[in-house]
Design a protein around this ligand. Structure first.
Ligand code: AMP
Length: 280
């Protein structure tokens, strides 16, 4: 496994792999890797001949006052985890490598970013789609792997690839969780012991919503169930709870049907997100 820092070196490695007839898989990450990321890498390694993992804390997807500076960075630790997971190449550029000083092109999807996290993190998804588009152009992967943990992101990237005819298959994989249900996240490292003990209640609240939805509850009723469950934990400062159509991400309101139930809540300064799917 090699670590490279420039687009030029990535393109050379991809050209060499292609010359050997290999298929290319890409797993974009911001590093501080955990088992959730590694599950994407192992699936990529099972499905593709040459797996590239990008590690880049992308400044354009962080808003003012968010955790860009304190976001955990550990390239050597990440590399030690990636080799056994089946990665062939790590691409770890610095911001200057990725953005020209006068860069002014932005890739932006439309209505899908208006709700959920998009409503609370202005500009976030434009940063995500622009960097992922750039990574797709640099690597030109056959397949790219994303976690359902960031459900809106997955739907948005899928739509971008479809709308812009990008020749890549976007694959979404299940959320990896701790034994107590907490979704693995690099940001869990910020939690105090007390906050960590409260954190799994986010998933438990969403599961209560799943139960209600299976019993025939409408989107609005499901949201109430989840909000009531979250209200039992005083440490949560809830940002949103939404039951949306799993494909369009539009709020279901008084409707039912295939549903994603998503929530964001702060524990202190740490913002946690999670979501669950309810099949019809
Ligand atoms: P990040 O480094 O947070 O930008 O995440 C990189 C990729 O890993 C994204 O596609 C995430 O959705 C995915 N991911 C993060 N946490 C998990 C998890 N707990 N289970 C599965 N995938 C995850």
């Amino acid at each position: 496994m090699k670590i490279v820092h420039t687009k030029h070196d990535v393109r050379d490695a991809v050209a060499a792999a292609r010359a050997e007839g290999k298929s290319i898989g890409l797993v974009p990450t911001m590093g501080a890797l955990h088992e959730g990321h590694l599950s994407l890498v192992s699936t990529a390694a099972a499905e593709c001949d040459f797996v590239i993992v990008s590690i880049f804390v992308n400044p354009t997807q962080f808003g003012p006052g968010e955790d860009l500076e304190r976001y955990p960075r550990d390239l050597q630790g990440d590399a030690a985890k990636l080799q056994p997971a089946g990665a062939d190449l790590i691409f770890a550029p610095d911001p200057e490598q990725m953005y020209a000083e006068d860069a002014c092109t932005v890739v932006s999807v439309g209505s899908l970013i208006e709700g959920l996290c998009g409503a609370h993190r202005p500009g976030h998804f434009d940063g995500v789609t622009t960097i992922v588009c750039k990574l797709f152009n640099i690597v030109q992967p056959d397949r790219a792997f994303f976690g359902r943990k960031d459900y809106q992101q997955l739907v948005v990237i899928r739509r971008m690839a479809r709308d812009l005819d990008m020749p890549v298959k976007v694959i979404g994989l299940p959320t990896v969780r701790e034994a107590d249900g907490l979704a693995l996240s690099s940001r869990n490292a910020y939690l105090s012991d007390e906050q960590r003990a409260a954190a799994p209640k986010l998933h438990q609240a969403l599961q209560a919503g799943v139960g209600a939805a299976r019993g025939g509850a409408t989107g609005a009723q499901v949201e109430r169930v989840v909000r009531d469950a979250l209200a039992q934990e005083p440490l949560f400062d809830v940002q949103y709870v939404q039951a949306v159509d799993a494909n369009t991400l539009q709020p279901l309101g008084e409707g039912t049907g295939p549903m994603a139930i998503a929530a964001a809540a702060y524990l202190g300064k740490t913002r946690l997100i999670d979501n669950v799917a309810v099949e019809d």
